[in-house]
Structure formats: C-alpha cells, structure tokens
Design a protein around this ligand. Structure first.
Ligand code: SF4
Ligand code: SF4
Length: 74
C-alpha cells in the first residue's frame, strides 16, 4: 500500500518531504495544482506506510493514509 498526496488540496508547504524516512516524496517538476501551487507526489512503490508525512502536513485532507492514485497527479 501507500499513502497519497491529494494534489489539488496540497498547498506546497513541503513539511512532508524531509520527514519521510525512505525519501519517496518528490516534487512534480514544473507543474501546478488547482490552487496554483507546486505540489509533491509519493512514490507508491517505495512508501512504507509510516504516517510521518500525514503527521507533519498542516493542510487538512492533503494526505490520505491509503493509496488513491486517481487523486495524486504525477
Ligand atoms: S502534502 Fe501537506 S506537507 Fe506535503 S507539500 Fe502538500 S501541504 Fe505541504
Ligand atoms: S507514509 Fe511514510 S514512507 Fe510513505 S510517503 Fe509518508 S512519510 Fe514517506
């Protein structure tokens, strides 16, 4: 399984990126979401479901504790 970043809810604060123990959260280079901000995405094949990103994220609903690929842009 994997966590999911809901691309269009994310506000690009990047608090999630440094706390990931397996470094599987990376910016979607050169792209903007529905809010007009840059956003990172989770590599679902590397994610270990630790929950650190969700705990660090200040934006309600921006990270889900399940894999929903239709909600995460790449
Ligand atoms: S998922 Fe949350 S912590 Fe990560 S960049 Fe988006 S708003 Fe910031
Ligand atoms: S759940 Fe853990 S391993 Fe998965 S993206 Fe978030 S911080 Fe990284």
């Amino acid at each position: 399984m994997s966590y999911t970043i809901v691309s269009d809810i994310c506000e690009g604060k990047a608090d999630c990126i440094p706390v990931c123990p397996v470094d599987c959260i990376h910016w979607a280079e050169g792209k903007a979401n529905a809010k007009g901000t840059k956003y990172p995405s989770i590599d679902n094949e590397t994610c270990i479901d630790c929950g650190a990103c969700l705990a660090a994220c200040p934006v309600e609903g921006a990270i889900l504790d399940e894999w929903k690929p239709e909600l995460q842009k790449v």
